[in-house]
Design a binder for this molecule. Sequence first.
Ligand SMILES: [Zn+2]
Length: 117
Amino acid sequence: MNSLKLLKEHDISITEFRILLLDELLKAKEPMCFDEFKTKANKTTFYRTMEQFLQKKIVHKVELDGKGYYQINKGNNALFICDICHHTQDLPLPKIDKVEVNSVLVKGVCKDCKGSE
Ligand SMILES: [Zn+2]
């Protein structure tokens, strides 16, 4: 998967900024918030771009402490996210009778953070 292909597949016009953002997200192992991106832009542009990626389902967004964290959408997924260090871990998607589950977010404290308390 590369950023250029993602943009083309989702009918989003290609700009250097969008490619840089997607490149960072594709490399990231964990969801990223505005402050964590090396690609700098003003907040308005950043959030507008992310909003577009969300609409096209290129990314997932999780809210944590009032901040939006973004991650590449790899299809239906379930995610555990640590409230303290924001470490994430993929979980198996739960099966719920007569319901189509698209995404699940489980919040808690990971074993590393739990151990140091
Ligand atoms: Zn943690």
